[in-house]
Design a protein around this ligand. Structure first.
Ligand code: SF4
Ligand code: SF4
Ligand code: SF4
Ligand code: FES
Length: 948
């Protein structure tokens, strides 16, 4: 194994179709028009010395090291900023150029510490490389004059240092922050000799606008910006390409290693989802994988009030098998089930649903996608014929209008947000539909054309009002509808949306959005060119989540914004493998590839392959399992990678469900909240310890590769196989690639997928089969998967969750950049410095009415429960709306959320809860106890009485 070095071509590629032929150092080169001389030379294998250029950034031309001579032209132009021209004759290596370059390098080195032997970048420093490349042998200027060698190091960021004494002011960091990340946190202050890199207004990095994405660190050619992990451990010696295990963007990384220790994670330029960029979580927040809280030994106990007892794998797995068989014998085949997680690989998920269907003999399998994007699956399958987003991420570069609804990409999907911001800076128009003024509404060099601050719970009303404008103002793309959609359904839908009660003027009273804003946004979406919709859990986690997804699909079909690059309907998936969890058949009613369990052909195929008879009735969903447990008919569950107690709504009900079970088996990295109710704990492995695949929000199947052995001795898939075998179920695999082979063999949209293909292509987007052997970046190009697109009438039905005198405010929720979901991983990293508690955002007007000031403790109460957290007084939320995140178990936001759920999929209505906020003296007793116990690194049972 060796370190993977990706070629740096110096400047970005040109996309021009026309080619140009020229001669460089006697070699004939043909490249696209617009290519820089530097890149053309690299194509011919000629490395022109460079410092300020790198191919992730536009050429800047400041260092003067890349000079070349061009026949017939005076001077020595910079090759990074000079485009190729037909017939050009270029020399990159002449005596004059050598001398000039040495002179430039001499000046750099004369103001640079010569501590190469002890520098953390030794061996990975472009300045060092260039000194060698230009043949620098002496520096005539000493350190006697003015220099920057005593400049003070900034170590404020937990993950990287800034040592200005080593800075050559090449601006790569500043440009990376602007062009790649889009945060504009850095500037070059001063001029000439005085110029220096500055974060914010000469602030420490950690206090500036910096979001710690690390793009500047990656771009820096010297040790000025340097990962602390490299300073601590030393330079890596080999790398393995794998996939981030946090969000649904699915960024590819090189895990750079020394032995089995991760030195750093470097975003992989060939990664098609992230194109060499990352956010703070993927690049830096991997320390949880070796955190001391990791449980590394299996544990069992008779009762949940007993202490845990460490046991061997054999004993733990034997207990699971014997208990599950006992329960089935005593209570019936349907008394047990399995829950998989969107954090698991596709292969792990496939095995769990196979264990349940073929081994347990029922369909009681569900996934946490139930509580996030199940409405996407149902809504898009009904309208388009397939349960997935329509585009690849590259598509956004061709959008003219971008609609973001119920999503906060800069926090939730930061790397995709950077690509979206780039397109917005380049001229696309933005419509934000969200109760809260998310960052995208206004940030450096990005401003939404329209922000529709709708009341939580009124998505369907507003989406239908947008459709009203499109239909009544003659903005429908009739040719598209005629050619591609079911016409009867379209007519019924058009008549429905055209009714006066769906007009923006009528909906203004319901949604709080001024009618003219709805009208203008609808016109822009329908007439502004390629228009793409991106949406998140602010659409799905509602009692009408599925209806809202269908309303979005209706808009795209009515305007013809589907079936080509730049347009489409794009769910921004929350977790790393939400898409995969759904694809892999982990819902109780569907096999892999979204085939219903009552589909005779699919069921017979699995029955023949697995040698069993399968149940043709859908099994229990997670909420049904909990209800059945309380009723006494459901007694045992195997949960892999999901913390249901913390992440599902109405905590008290969830807890009651678990307490009623006889064998709860939790497989996870840490003793999570659900483990408080478990009888068997099986220690899981982190993404660094496993082979497999994740499927991201653009249906891209990415490889996850093992960079270190499982610290517990068994990979997660091996645990499932061991349970199956101990229960007497026929299940044998030697490697996850064989599981993928079975997935491919049984799933029409995956027939072309194999580990060999993924290794060869890097990744593929399903459908990948005979029709599309290289995968499918954009769906529904020549026709919808279901044949003709189906319009659905989207009647707005207000949620039963209503405000009133007791609970006059509406609570909605979301994520923050530095933390991830319930925080089990990110809370065990230095990311906590940015968000060490969840706070409640409240509008100044509502705060004043209640005598609440910034930072005060407030009691947040709904009709099902109450919790306490600090207030943040801000006009980011509208009057009548409060907002919080849900990353910390201490705040237990789900103590207040209700059991209302989506009519079609049971996805909980997390985004609308009627609440009251009142001043409080401080955290409640259970919170104080919880904090004290956590500080002692102890673990207590969840405060089940908190809601009372
Ligand atoms: S910090 Fe690094 S990238 Fe930024 S100007 Fe200095 S040397 Fe260049
Ligand atoms: S870490 Fe990212 S946000 Fe911070 S200064 Fe560097 S590029 Fe900008
Ligand atoms: S958390 Fe998401 S955006 Fe950040 S690096 Fe991981 S996959 Fe990429
Ligand atoms: S690399 Fe061309 S001027 Fe710096």
């Amino acid at each position: 194994m060796s370190l993977i070095h990706e070629t740096d071509y110096g400047t970005p590629p040109s996309r021009a179709e026309k080619s140009v032929t020229l001669s460089i150092d006697g070699f004939t080169v043909t490249v696209p028009e617009g290519t820089s001389l530097m890149r053309a030379a690299m194509d011919a294998g000629i490395k022109v010395p460079k410092l300020c250029a790198t191919d992730s950034l536009d050429a800047f031309g400041s260092c003067r090291l890349c000079l070349v001579e061009i026949q017939g032209r005076p001077g020595t132009p910079a090759s990074c900023t000079t485009p190729v021209a037909e017939g050009m004759v270029v020399s990159t290596q002449t005596e004059r150029l050598k001398k000039l370059r040495r002179g430039v390098m001499e000046l750099y080195i004369s103001d640079h510490p010569l501590d190469c032997l002890t520098c953390a970048a030794n061996g990975d420093c472009e300045l060092q490389d260039m000194a060698g490349a230009v043949g620098l042998r002496e520096v005539r200027y000493g350190y006697a004059g003015e220099n920057h060698l005593e400049a003070v190091k900034d170590e404020s960021n937990p993950y990287f240092t800034f040592d200005p004494s080593k800075c050559i002011v090449c601006s790569r960091c500043v440009r990376a922050c602007e062009e790649v990340q889009g945060t504009f946190a850095l500037t070059i202050d001063g001029r000439g000799f005085e110029s220096k890199v500055s974060a914010g207004v000469a602030e420490p990095f950690v206090e500036s606008e910096c979001v710690s994405c690390g793009a500047c660190v990656q771009a820096c050619p010297t040790a000025t910006l340097m990962e602390k992990s490299v300073i601590d451990i030393g330079q890596p010696e080999h790398s393995v390409v794998t996939t981030c295990a946090y969000c649904g963007v699915g960024c590819s990384f090189k895990a750079e290693m020394r032995g089995t220790e991760v030195v750093r994670m470097v975003p992989y330029k060939d990664g098609k989802a992230n194109r060499g960029h990352s956010c703070v979580k993927g690049r830096f927040a991997w320390g949880y994988a070796t955190h001391r809280d990791r449980i590394l030994k299996p544990m069992i106990r008779e009762k949940i009030s007993d202490p845990w007892r460490e046991v061997s794998w054999e004993e733990a797995i034997g207990r699971v098998a014997s208990e599950f068989r006992r329960i089935q014998a005593q209570y019936g085949r349907g008394a047990i089930g399995g829950v998989t997680s969107s954090r698991c690989t596709n292969e792990e998920t496939f095995l769990i649903q196979k264990l349940v269907r073929a081994g347990f003999g029922n369909n009681n399998v569900d996934t946490c996608a139930r509580v996030c994007h199940s409405p996407t699956g149902y809504g898009l399958k009904t309208t388009f014929g397939t349960s997935a987003g329509t585009q690849d991420f590259d598509s956004v570069a061709q959008s003219d209008v971008i609609v973001v609804i119920g999503a906060n990409p800069t926090d939730g999907h930061p790397v995709f947000a950077s690509r979206m911001k780039k397109r917005l800076r380049d001229g696309a128009r933005l419509i934000v539909i969200d109760p809260r003024r998310i960052d995208l509404v206004r940030m450096p060099h990005v401003e939404a054309a329209h922000h529709l601050p709708l009341r939580p719970g009124t998505n369907v009303a507003v989406l239908t009002a947008l459709a009203h404008v499109i239909v009544t103002e003659g903005l429908v793309n009739e040719a598209f509808v005629r050619e591609r959609c079911e016409l009867d359904d379209f007519s019924a839908w058009a008549a429905f949306v055209a009714e006066d009660r769906n007009s923006p003027e009528a909906i203004e009273a319901v949604s709080g959005v001024p009618a003219n804003l709805i009208r203008e946004a609808a016109r822009l979406y329908a007439t502004g060119g390629n228009a793409a919709i991106y949406y998140g859990l602010g659409v799905t986690e509602h009692s009408q989540g599925t209806t809202a997804v269908m309303a979005i699909a209706n808009l795209a079909m009515a305007t013809g914004n589907i079936g080509r690059p730049g347009v489409g309907v794009n769910p921004l998936r929350g977790q790393n493998n939400v898409q995969g969890a759904c694809d892999m058949g982990s819902f109780p009613h569907e096999y892999t590839g979204y085939r219903h369990v009552s589909d005779d052909a699919a069921r017979t195929m699995f029955e023949q392959l697995w040698g069993v008879t399968l149940d043709h009735e859908p099994g229990l969903r997670i909420p049904n399992m909990l209800d059945a447990a309380i009723d006494g008919s459901f007694k045992g569950v195997y949960i892999q990678g999901e913390d249901i107690v913390q992440s599902d709504p109405d905590t008290q009900h969830v807890v009651d469900g678990f307490k009623a079970m006889e064998c709860v088996v939790v497989q996870d990295l840490f003793l999570n909240e659900t483990a408080n109710f478990a009888h068997v704990f099986l220690p899981g492995s982190s993404f660094l310890e496993k082979d497999g695949t994740f499927t991201n929000a653009e249906r891209r199947i990415n490889r996850v590769r093992k960079v270190m052995p499982p610290r517990t001795g068994l990979a997660d898939w091996e645990i499932t196989v061991a349970i199956a075998q101990t229960m007497g179920i026929d299940m044998h695999y030697d490697h996850p690639s064989q599981i993928m082979d079975e997935i491919a063999h049984t799933t029409p949209t995956f027939t072309g997928v194999s580990y060999d293909k993924l290794d060869a292509l890097g990744s593929v987007q399903w459908p990948c089969n005979e029709k599309a052997p290289q995968g499918t970046p954009v769906m529904h190009m020549d026709g919808f998967v279901r044949g003709r697109g189906k319009f659905i009438v989207t009647e707005y039905v207000p949620t039963d969750e209503r405000t009133g005198p007791r609970f006059p405010l509406l609570l909605t929720s979301g994520r923050i950049l530095s933390q991830y979901n319930v925080g089990a991983q990110t809370r065990r990293t230095a990311n906590v410095i940015w968000h060490d508690e969840d706070v409640l955002e409240i509008h100044p007007h509502d705060a004043e009415e209640r005598g609440v000031r910034e930072g005060d403790w407030v009691r947040l109460a709904s009709r099902v429960g109450a919790t306490t957290l600090r207030a943040k007084v801000t006009d980011r939320v509208a009057p009548g709306v409060v907002y919080t995140t849900f990353h910390h178990p201490l705040s237990q936001t789900n103590v207040v959320t209700t059991q209302y759920s989506d009519w079609a999929t049971n996805c909980p209505e997390y985004k609308v809860t009627a609440v009251q906020v009142s001043p409080s003296n401080g955290p409640s007793q259970w919170q104080i106890e919880y904090r004290e116990m956590s500080e002692q690194n102890a673990r207590i049972a969840l405060p089940v009485d908190a809601a009372e």
